[in-house]
Ligand binder design. Sequence first.
Ligand code: SF4
Length: 316
Amino acid sequence: MPNPDTPTHDYVIFSSGGNDSIALVQWMIENKHTAFVVYSDTGWAQPGWLDRVARVEAWCSSHGFTPVRIGSMGLPALVQIKKAWPRNGLQFCTSALKIEPGKAWLAEVDPDAELTCCVGVRRAESARRSTWPEHVEESGKHGGRSLWSPLVRHTDEERDALLARAGFEPLPHRSQECYPCINANRADLRLLTPERVDEIEALEQGMGHTSKGKPRTMFRPYRHRGAQGVREVMRWATAERGRYRMSDEGAAGVRDTEGRIAVVAHAQAVAALAAYEGTDEAERAGLVAAVEVLEAQLAEMLEDGASTCDSGMCGI
Ligand code: SF4
């Protein structure tokens, strides 16, 4: 039975506190809707991110919305219990930290599944989100409720205009609800403090090795030029583009076939260019072009700048 003191709304917004979530609340305000605004606490946010969430909640309340925070065991405890890091394709963090706690809350406040769930996903965010549907009739990740993404066609400029009317400056980065996300790209990694890198390293070391003797690391080596372990991944992230050289140890850790081929081909091309001592400009240009082509292929694999979690529950 829902608590009779729970306010009633027709909508529930899943918000990370990032730009698109705030723009969505503003859009709902301008379209005369109110909603629950749910923040899923992953126990892995950037220090200070919850202060921003509190500011967003106060602003939501001032417009008749109902902020809700949903707790979870947190990412560090989750990976230690599972003895594994989540992977794209086996992204159990989304399920354990967001989807299941969210569904449990929905079942409590909305047992008849009448609420419409809303997320601030926009197609302009990335190639991966370019076909995101505006409406999903029954979303399994939301307990069979309908899922609405009103901002799917909004451009960055339109989103920023909503933010301005809401009184929020656009953040120059994605939501920091997970700091970092397991799918973090170079730009995300560059935001990490030394303290958080130490924390990840301690987790990695505490989790030991797989049955095949591979270290359990947060980031997949093939997505980071073969870098293995957060310390090495940070070397990759902070190196100038194309300048990071995979260590032999890192190369041994690359297990994904497609990634391994791409990383090794790139490393060979870089080595060939570095070793070239000839004076034939055309030959040198050919070597430079080969590095650039392989660099571009790898960048595509890395999907720098792409949104990294398409669950409809992660607001990044
Ligand atoms: S934001 Fe990233 S790390 Fe956090 S729950 Fe989603 S996929 Fe997992």
